[in-house]
Design a protein around this ligand. Structure first.
Ligand code: HEM
Length: 399
């Protein structure tokens, strides 16, 4: 089977609705037959897709694979989203991560618990209806965007703009969005530039104020990097957690016995979140790296400059690593999943995302233990790009 050519076989291929709905049969075949797979993207570029767990760990930790966008595309070809820790190599990576790390330590994040709980309660109190909702728009999206907006100090009422801009940036690999990408990246840049100017006049105690002060005080951060870091936090701060909550609740609704188990044993919530991250993780292809030299890997020759992508959702279903990998089991012991990546770029927001996920899922089940999917699961529309994995809308009946 060639997964690059749709309709060649009965199995689903990349870039099809079937694939976005359920990529796992393709991944399983690749792990068995072509674990380092040369995929042609619709826009003409190709990338090596890494699907086995063991290989994923190796590549994510290997400094011969660079994430540095400036090194790859040149300083003149950068967008708002390029100059940040996620797209830089050491030593810049350490400097940029160090500037915001303090705001996301497990201790500081744990202190946010009761406030995040209040936000979750308030969202559910103020639902347009107590009978039904769209889980994504009414709950899974607002919760993390409110939290990250408060940490950064940006106005909550602009959250729908952030959503539109970041959706476009995240789904940029879809060919027809090239112009839209330019437009939204410009609007997002203008918005943040104006916001930084306002903060410079009257800094507060929020994270953007701290970064603006760091930028003004000298060598720590350039204006481009300020834009890069703040846009990264806004985008990464909600684009992923919305799908942890969405994909996670969907998995519970599809597995009623697991839902019953969690309702009867709420102390399993921590395990349940780890299993949700493993079973249908929010980050699929946003792990691009470029080879800094020619590298032989599992019999393939990855040439200097080649794009390499670790398919995290495939690694997390690898039978060599996880027994009964396709089974959703919230009692699974010690999950060493890769949903937050590995190595120096390991997700900075993981403690926050886990806490938001725990609070969101527990609160929803507590309030609405009879929650049901109000659609055929096969009819749900999944996000079209391959960077993040999530459903566009999840209509649910609450009572
Ligand atoms: C990096 C996943 C939530 C901020 C990453 C990476 C992954 C990831 C896989 C590494 C990508 C790579 O190696 O190429 C997730 C998932 C989340 C989540 C699955 C939710 C369930 C968050 C949140 C924040 C955040 C809430 C912000 C507060 C970041 C940052 C990086 C990052 C800043 C870059 C770290 C670095 O390059 O050193 N995330 N993330 N993430 N994430 Fe998250």
């Amino acid at each position: 089977m060639n997964p690059n050519e749709p309709n060649e076989s009965s199995k689903p291929a990349f870039f099809t609705k079937e694939f976005t709905h359920n990529p796992y049969p393709v991944y399983e075949m690749l792990r068995k037959e072509e674990p380092v797979f040369r995929l042609m993207f619709p826009h003409g570029e190709f990338g090596w897709i890494i699907t086995r767990y063991e290989d994923a760990v190796q590549i994510l930790k290997d400094p011969r694979f660079s994430k540095d966008m400036v090194r790859r595309y040149g300083a003149d070809n950068q967008s708002i989203f390029s100059n940040n820790m996620l797209f830089s190599d050491p030593p810049d990576h350490k400097r940029l991560r160090g500037l915001v790390q303090k705001a996301f330590t497990p201790k500081l994040v744990a202190d946010m618990r009761s406030h995040i709980q209040d936000i979750a309660d308030e969202l559910l109190d103020n639902l347009p209806s107590q009978e039904k909702m769209n889980l994504i728009d009414d709950f899974a999206f607002p919760l993390p965007i409110i939290v990250i907006s408060e940490i950064l100090g940006v106005p909550l009422e602009d959250r729908d703009k952030f959503r539109i801009w970041s959706n476009t940036i995240i789904d940029a690999s879809i060919a027809e969005s090239a112009e839209l990408f330019e437009q939204h990246a410009r609007e997002f840049t203008d918005y943040l530039t104006a916001w930084f100017a306002k903060v410079r006049q009257d800094p507060g105690t929020d994270l953007i104020s701290q970064l603006v002060i760091a930028e003004e005080s000298g060598q720590q951060l350039t204006e481009q990097e300020l834009l890069g870091v703040v846009s990264l936090l806004i985008i990464a701060g909600h684009e992923t957690t919305v799908n942890l909550i969405g994909n996670g609740i969907l998995a519970l609704l599809e597995h009623p016995e697991q839902r019953e188990l969690l309702i009867n044993q709420p102390e399993l919530i921590h395990n349940a979140i780890e299993e949700m991250l493993r079973y249908n993780g929010p980050v699929e292809f946003s792990t691009s790296r470029w080879a800094l030299e020619d590298i032989e890997f599992r019999g393939e020759r990855i040439a200097q400059g080649d794009l390499v992508i670790v398919a995290l959702d495939s690694a997390n279903r690898d039978e060599q690593q996880f027994k009964d990998a396709d089974i959703f089991d919230i009692t699974r012991e010690k999950s060493s999943h890769l949903a937050f990546g590995k190595g120096i770029h390991l997700c900075l927001g993981a403690p926050l995302a886990r806490l938001e996920g725990e609070i969101a899922v527990s609160t929803l089940l507590n309030r609405f233990p009879n929650i049901q999917l109000q659609a055929d699961v096969n009819e749900l529309e999944w996000r079209p790009g391959m960077n993040v994995r999530g459903v566009k809308e999840i209509p649910v009946q609450l009572k």
